[in-house]
Design a protein around this ligand. Structure first.
Ligand code: CU
Length: 150
């Protein structure tokens, strides 16, 4: 008469122990992979819009100075300007003070490009017009250019 009762308690304890043992994998499964941070500027490749193309502009330093090549860039809606570091340390900045009355362009400076081949992509999705850009460390030395959106 006592035996069935004792047996059932033993089974119950076994079940509790089993439950406790299952917590470990449950904890691990709650650690969901974190989403990649939103792409911001430097390094993030941008895909041209329909019919658009990629226009490469290099940033370089040599014995003649520091400059963008080309420094005068013509583009259409949907194109991507791929600023690409060749030599030196440079950035790209569409300086708001030099683009009065304009909006929609990337007004924040890019990060510094430091590794050859590093890129900063700008999708041309802002109004037609001429936009001034520069490299902040070298603007006084003439490292500047214009993006003409047709
Ligand atoms: Cu520069």
């Amino acid at each position: 008469m006592h035996r069935p009762h004792v047996f059932s308690v033993a089974v119950l304890l076994t079940l509790i122990a089993a439950c406790g043992g299952e917590r470990k994998p449950a904890t691990e499964s709650t650690a969901a992979p974190s989403a990649a941070p939103a792409a911001t500027g430097t390094g993030a490749a941008v895909t041209p819009g329909p019919g658009g193309k990629i226009i490469v502009v290099t940033l370089t330093s040599d014995e003649k100075g520091n400059y963008f090549t080309p420094s005068e860039v013509a583009a259409k809606q949907g194109d991507v300007i791929r600023y690409t570091l060749k030599v030196g340390v440079h950035n790209v900045h569409f300086l708001p003070d030099s683009n009065p009355g304009k909006s929609g362009y990337p007004a924040a400076p890019s990060d510094m490009l430091q590794l050859p081949g590093q890129t900063y992509d700008v999708l041309v999705n802002f109004p037609a017009g001429t936009y001034y850009f520069q490299c902040d460390p070298h603007s006084a030395l003439g490292m500047k250019g214009h993006l003409v959106v047709q």
